[in-house]
Design a protein. Structure first.
Length: 236
């Protein structure tokens, strides 16, 4: 029996919109397909498990802005290892404002800037205490991907490796229809949802990246729910 390992970074903070459901759904899919699974929860005071161990899926979700600053202080110490994982094709899924971690900096409304990991040439701008919300549909590699946005900031700059072309909802800001990062096997997006339970085909795609012999498992009603949700959002 093959084993798959999932690591959740900072789950004590990064479950702002139920995004721990990404790991729960991924684990359920893997077990149904016959894999042995291990889910490692890395707290803020731990060294990330992937630094010294093999991890198939590294997940990081959205958090409050005050915790984002604290997390960046921790993650900058591991920036070389994170970059090494990205360049080496390790799977990373970052959702919500975790997308901002991979850019250059976050410009705060009233307190200057926080330096980010600096891997890609964009930055986040916090715009007010009034959050931006939408129900979104994007397209990746011919696949529809849906989710929600609840943002205190938008991003500007360049996205040389965009993840999604938005069909409904804004992109990284209101002036563009591109959003997120897809570089090697890094997938970063402002979408929340949680994204994986909302998008079974994309979940199967991620698992197939980890194991090319994976045979997709379909749970009752998930395909119908996914297709109905996409159709309803796009008809407006």
């Amino acid at each position: 029996m093959k084993k798959m390992t999932i690591e959740l970074l900072y789950p004590e903070f990064n479950n702002l919109f139920g995004d721990l459901g990404n790991a729960e759904y991924l684990e359920k899919k893997l077990k149904a397909a016959g894999y042995e699974t291990e889910t490692v929860k890395t707290t803020l005071f731990d060294e990330p498990y992937f630094i010294e161990n093999e991890v198939d899926f590294l997940l990081i979700g959205p958090c409050q802005e005050k915790h984002q600053i604290i997390e960046l202080e921790k993650l900058r110490a591991y920036s070389d290892k994170i970059k090494e994982r990205i360049d080496g094709g390790g799977i990373i899924l970052a959702t919500g404002n975790a997308f901002e971690l991979f850019g250059e900096y976050i410009e705060h409304t009233d307190s200057g800037k926080t330096e980010c990991l600096g891997f890609f040439p964009y930055h986040a701008e916090q715009f007010s205490r009034l959050r931006y919300n939408d129900c979104s549909v994007g397209e990746f590699d011919g696949m529809k991907i849906t989710g929600f946005k609840n943002l205190l900031s938008l991003s500007r700059g360049e996205l040389p490796h965009p993840f999604l072309k938005m069909l409904k909802g804004c992109g990284m800001n209101k002036d563009t229809d591109i959003e997120g990062i897809h570089y090697n096997n890094l997938f970063a997006t402002y979408l929340i949802g949680p994204v994986l339970p909302l998008n079974p085909p994309f979940t199967d795609y991620l698992i197939s990246l980890a194991d090319g012999e994976y045979s997709p498992v379909e749970f009752p009603f998930e395909k119908e729910a996914y297709e109905k949700r996409i159709a309803e959002l796009l008809k407006d």
